[in-house]
Design a protein around this ligand. Structure first.
Ligand code: MN
Length: 733
């Protein structure tokens, strides 16, 4: 062991003690040695020591635990960290990889890790654990795309995803030890979720290995048959490949181009997928020869393309320029398909060295190649976000800042939440259960009254987080609350709430309009029932196609005056005196619960029992003030006689101001005096007037004027109370 590990490795890499039970002692020495050597190629001595300490900590924590294969458990985190070392990840990420199963599987907490290895490492471990927990939730097959986005959104740090991918890679490599049905589930998940994420990050070799392993475990028989066929065919192919390779290698220098040419083998999964998706036979798929040509700069790429098209005839429509338009994962290359010697298709990928690096290592190419001379060129040509990353990197070598930047470009800004049935919904960040309800169905939104998030009752305005399981409670006669408009984030929810309220408002306004019209008719000495259908028909004929409900709504909204409509309706009739006193007294009775069509004025806050007066404001409907409200002098609009409906039986808010002498416990006394009359205090605010007195503003809920009078009487009995006034203007909070 000492021969493999550089001298500075210290005791951190001593093999763990294996208990002498049925498990064979597995030698970790080789793996540790290889890991240590990899670290030494790019990490500073102090960072290597930190990683060593994390390894030792993990080995101690997992001591006595074994994988299904019988290997000591720590061999797994070690393998994961080794993959990350291949990608040249930093010491924090490597430590987190070594510790990634510690929180889930041992008694060590996130706080322990933070204390020992720093906050960042602890956050990374926590991030990986969160993804592991998410895996245990079910997801619908059709939802793979959203599930991937959810994973990315939850990770919030590209290193968490990289650790998770390396974790998955090692689990896939050691999947043989797992039960067959579990094997298939994990393989399918790998194919649907993790291979595409690796592809998205541009980690192409990783993506291909995950696909290959997953294919083997999902369809073992198909894999074996295909494997055998490919091996058999490879012998025949070698000659053809050699011939084409030789022709290209000879032709390019003749055109003055310096290039490296490689033959390219397809993996079994891509052969299988081509056969399945394009309905091709095995020989049709395999008889395509792949070559990769790597050159020093972009102009050479196009020169190679020209040279190849001179050598073999290109197949029309098969040329793709991913240099001018890179793929989403920053992949760049020229792709062309030619007709080769025996009439067989030849696929060529042409790219520069830097493009090849990005194609091989994707997002990790940043760590792998940041020191090479090729960066300025990469900077010019790669996709926008990678460009900005490198800009940032050359400006400062602060990894944290770099990673911070990656987040915004890579991770979706949406949040992904589960329905109770395991369906995943994508919502904008900041979305609430109300948005969720409307996203499920308009009726669910309109009838929603409460919600449960992760099986706990939560307010409807709660901001949803990734991975939340949301369940909406509905009630058949519930209606949207205008207050929801204050916090919904989705345009669908906003539009639906508005639409409902408008419909509701029209209904309420029409009802009010009908009552206002009836009152106006009575003032003219007519019962509303005396207006015949014919009168309405005549009236509407001259009103530009408005319907009767529309006219009533207009009246309720203050757009038409009821007295004028009433007179027009009875035009041509001879009316009696028209000043029937009895009828004139028919005030509109209000309850204050009519909704948006009738509003109790905020200035004087009328309560039942107060003498009131109504004014129809254009576009606002009927507004009710107290008789003595100072605001009414300034009001414009049509005045309407209104009165309270008897027996309303609900509470109204009223504001009072109490001046008290400063004494200990005075507020408690006031509260008791109010409570004695079964009134609720909605709000109290306090202002110290001077050393001797304090001003208290209460907002109370009372049923009517008598109720308020009883409360005021109780308050006056409190010795400290100096003065009480009912507030006609909203107290400032
Ligand atoms: Mn793991």
């Amino acid at each position: 062991m000492a021969a493999v590990i550089p001298s500075s490795a210290s005791s951190a890499f001593d093999p763990p003690i294996i208990p002498d039970d049925m498990h064979p002692p597995v030698d970790l020495t080789e793996g540790i040695g290889r890991f240590r050597t990899k670290l030494a190629t790019y990490l500073k001595e102090e960072d290597i020591e930190r990683v060593c300490a994390a390894y030792q900590f993990s080995a101690d924590a997992h001591r006595g635990q074994f994988r299904i294969s019988g290997d000591p458990y720590v061999s797994h985190p070690l393998a994961v960290a080794e993959t990350l070392a291949d990608w040249h990840l930093d010491a924090q990420a490597l430590s987190a990889a070594l510790l990634h199963d510690v929180v889930e599987d041992t008694f060590i907490s996130k706080a322990d890790i933070a204390e020992r290895f720093g906050k960042t490492t602890a956050e990374l471990v926590d991030g990986v654990s969160k993804l592991d927990r998410l895996e245990h939730q079910s997801y619908e097959e059709a939802q793979a795309e959203n599930y991937r986005k959810m994973l990315l959104a939850m990770a919030r740090d590209v290193r968490v995803i990289l650790i998770k991918l390396a974790d998955r890679l090692h689990n896939m490599r050691t999947l043989d030890a797992v039960r067959p049905e579990k094997r298939r589930r994990i393989a399918r998940e790998t194919l649907e979720i993790y291979a595409p994420i690796a592809n998205r990050l541009g980690l192409n070799p990783l993506c291909r290995e995950l696909q290959e392993l997953a294919f083997r475990h999902m369809h073992p028989i198909r894999y074996r048959v295909l494997d055998k066929a490919v091996k058999a065919a490879r012998g025949n192919r070698r000659e053809v490949v050699g011939k084409i390779l030789h022709a290209i290698e000879k032709h390019l220098p003749e055109c003055g181009i310096e290039a490296r040419v490689r033959g390219r083998e397809k993996n079994l999964y891509s052969i299988y997928r081509k056969m399945r998706d394009k309905h091709l036979s095995f020989s049709q798929v395999l008889d395509i020869y792949g070559f990769r040509i790597i050159v020093k700069d972009v102009p050479s790429c196009y020169l190679v393309l020209g040279a190849l098209h001179g050598l073999y005839q290109p197949i029309p429509g098969k040329f793709k320029d991913y240099i001018a338009i890179p793929k989403a994962n920053d992949y760049q290359s020229l792709h062309t398909t030619l007709i080769g010697p025996y009439g067989t298709p030849v696929e060529a990928q042409i790219r520069t060295t830097e493009m090849n690096q990005v194609a091989q290592a994707g997002v990790a190419s940043h760590w792998l190649y940041k020191d090479t001379q090729t960066l300025p060129d990469l900077q010019r040509k790669t996709h926008k976000w990678l460009q900005s990353l490198i800009d940032l990197q050359s400006a400062s070598s602060d990894t944290a800042e770099f990673l911070e930047h990656v987040k915004f470009d890579l991770f979706p800004s949406d949040v992904y939440v589960f329905t109770p049935r395991g369906k995943i919904l994508a919502l904008p960040r900041g979305a609430t259960p109300v948005d969720f309800a409307y996203a499920v169905h308009t009726d669910v939104g309109n009838c929603c009254v409460a919600c449960q998030i992760n099986f706990e009752s939560m307010p409807l305005r709660t901001e949803l987080r990734n991975g939340d399981r949301v369940e909406i409670v509905t009630a058949p006669h519930a209606r949207p609350n205008p207050a929801w408009l204050g916090y919904v984030r989705t345009s669908k929810a906003r539009a639906e709430i508005r639409r409902f309220l408008k419909t509701q408002q029209n209904g309420e306004s029409a009802a009010l309009g009908e009552r206002l019209l009836a009152q106006a008719l009575r003032a003219l000495g007519l019962e509303p029932a005396a207006i015949a259908v014919l009168d309405w028909a005549r009236f509407l004929r001259n009103r530009g196609g408005r319907s009767k409900p529309e006219v009533l709504t207009d009246i309720g909204l203050g757009k038409r005056l009821p007295a004028i409509v009433a007179r027009r309706l009875i035009e041509g009739r001879t009316i009696g005196a028209g000043d029937n006193d009895e009828a004139r007294r028919g005030a509109i009775l209000i309850r204050g619960t009519e909704g948006v069509a009738v509003q109790l004025a905020g200035c004087c806050r009328p309560i039942p029992g107060d003498p009131i007066v109504g004014v129809i404001r254009k576009g606002q409907g009927l507004i009710v003030h107290t008789h003595d409200c100072p605001a009414i002098a300034k009001q414009r609009g049509e005045w309407v006689d209104v009165d309270w409906e008897p027996g309303i039986g609900r509470n109204f808010e009223v504001a009072i101001r109490v001046f008290v002498a400063n004494q200990r416990g005075v507020l408690a006394k006031l509260a008791a005096a109010i409570a004695e009359e079964q009134a609720n205090i909605v709000n109290v605010s306090m202002d110290q007037e001077n050393d001797a007195a304090t001003m208290l503003n209460f907002t109370l809920q009372v049923s009517d004027r008598q109720h308020l009078a009883r409360i005021l009487r109780n308050l006056r009995r409190v010795p400290e109370v100096v003065r009480i006034a009912r507030l006609k203007d909203k107290p400032k909070d």
